[in-house]
Design a protein around this ligand. Structure first.
Ligand code: ATP
Ligand code: MG
Length: 283
């Protein structure tokens, strides 16, 4: 079978997590920083290491079959690719920001203003939807210094903590879009058996990340209460303990309501609670 090629970021914020995801899928490959391409030894896949901006076009043109890249970069490129799977990392927000003493109150206050950004396509679509006419200054980096230099009255850039904005005398004003890393594919690839296998593995890794394996001990008399609390999980496993009248309950719970659930389980008589990470969940 012909190998598929997947493009991932060579270095930067998405590189490490993209490599880790592929490794967690059981793929075995050398991750030399200096090489542009590496072959997976136990799967029909080759990995290309590229700048993130280039990934959507490479996939659209079929030079790579698949890619892992931020939604913001895909949207900005306007490349015609298939969105195959959201990956849950590289989360960030594209925001409009203005000088901290500017007294804009409504998004409409940007009408007639100038905005510097590295995301001119996303921004112009957003402004169009909001029926705002503003002058867009496309620049490729250090967008946050543009207002201080007098190039623009506002900026539109990716913000995580807001520290960079603050250091440059800016404040966030409105959200334009949110983004996370996405697995994309060239069109026409959907039925490919290598892709289907890879997607199944990726989904089992993502599913496992969202859940924890929990083992706890409880007196038999408290068991109905505990099982009640573990609702939503297909009937937990209950094993008798050597000590008469006690059982161990094994189950899987979602990571998101983890602390809330642990505390209520304790209150209901659970003891010796052990929580373990899960590597994969195959349905
Ligand atoms: P390259 O050299 O590959 O072009 P880059 O400098 O353009 O890299 P990075 O800063 O490594 O890009 O960010 C890659 C992606 O990570 C972004 O496009 C975005 O989707 C995501 N990301 C997550 N959090 C942030 C953040 N705080 N700032 C910037 N990007 C972020
Ligand atoms: Mg880039």
């Amino acid at each position: 079978m012909k190998n598929l090629k997947i493009a991932i970021q060579k270095s930067g914020r998405l590189n490490e997590k993209s490599v880790q995801l592929l490794k967690n899928c059981g793929l075995d490959f050398e991750n030399y920083k200096s090489s542009l391409i590496t072959i997976v030894s136990n799967f029909n896949l080759e990995i290309l290491f590229l700048r993130d901006d280039d990934i959507p076009d490479y996939v659209e043109q079929g030079i790579a079959d698949l890619g892992i890249v931020g939604e913001n970069v895909i949207d900005e490129s306007q490349a015609n690719v298939d969105y195959l799977q959201r990956l849950g990392f590289g989360k960030c927000t594209l925001k409009l920001a203005v000088p901290k003493d500017a007294n804009y109150t409504d998004i409409k206050d940007l009408d007639g203003k100038s905005i510097a950004t590295s995301y001119p396509n996303i921004l112009s679509k957003f402004l169009q939807e909001k029926q705002i006419t503003a002058e867009i200054h496309p620049i490729s980096g250090s967008v946050e210094i543009a207002p201080g230099l007098g190039l623009s009255e506002a900026i539109c850039d990716i913000v995580s903590t807001g520290g960079t904005l603050k250091n440059n005398g800016l404040k966030p004003f409105a959200d334009v879009s949110t983004s996370e890393a996405i697995l994309i594919g060239r069109s026409g690839l959907a039925e490919n058996p290598i892709l289907c296998e890879l997607l199944q593995r990726i989904q089992s890794v993502l599913r496992a990340k969202e859940t924890k394996y929990v083992v706890l001990n409880v007196e038999k008399s408290n068991l109905p209460q505990i099982t009640e609390l573990l609702q939503g999980v297909k009937s937990p496993t209950v094993v008798p303990l050597a000590e008469e009248g006690w059982v161990a309950v094994h189950t899987v719970i979602p990571e998101e309501d983890f602390w809330g659930k642990i505390n209520t389980l304790k209150a209901a008589g659970a003891q010796g609670i052990v929580v373990m990470p899960i590597e994969k969940i195959i349905l």
